[in-house]
Design a protein around this ligand. Structure first.
Ligand code: THU
Length: 131
């Protein structure tokens, strides 16, 4: 199993590929699934601002497009512009969808450059669910 520190490193690396000419706020994410496979994503902005894609949803989309069907167990998120770069509301809902009942761990970097984590059920309590 990939360590939290390694996942954060992968999020850091991919944040350098962010396409964010409007906000100049780079974000990278690395999503680890129960299968042991991981997928990375960066944010991709658009001149029509509302069409921008977050790093977390990019990583999860890549996972699904690659045939990943297991539970989403960990997501590391990194921005060089902010310590503890928590996922936005939309990304929390996406993480919760692919957690499939598992309490996914969210891995962040704190202000001292150390790994820290929280869980999706903590940051998205009473979430909307159809299944
Ligand atoms: N962003 C992410 O990639 N993930 C989040 O969870 C929040 C925000 C991106 C979107 C936009 O490109 C930039 O950060 C500034 O909002």
């Amino acid at each position: 199993m990939t360590s939290n520190k390694e996942l954060l490193e992968k999020a850091k690396e991919i944040s350098q590929r962010a396409y964010c000419p409007y906000s100049n706020f780079q974000v990278g994410a690395c999503a680890l699934f129960e299968s042991g496979n991981f997928y990375v994503g960066c944010n991709i902005e658009n001149s029509s601002y509302g069409l921008s894609l977050c790093a977390e949803r990019n990583a999860i989309s890549t996972a699904i497009a690659n045939g990943e069907i297991s539970k989403l167990v960990k997501v590391a998120i990194y921005s060089p512009k902010s310590s503890k770069c928590f996922p936005c509301g939309a990304c929390r809902q996406w993480i919760q969808e692919f957690a499939k009942g598992y309490n996914t761990e969210i891995i962040l970097e704190d202000e001292n450059g150390e790994c820290c984590s929280c869980y999706i059920d903590e940051i998205l309590p009473y979430s909307f669910n159809l299944i």
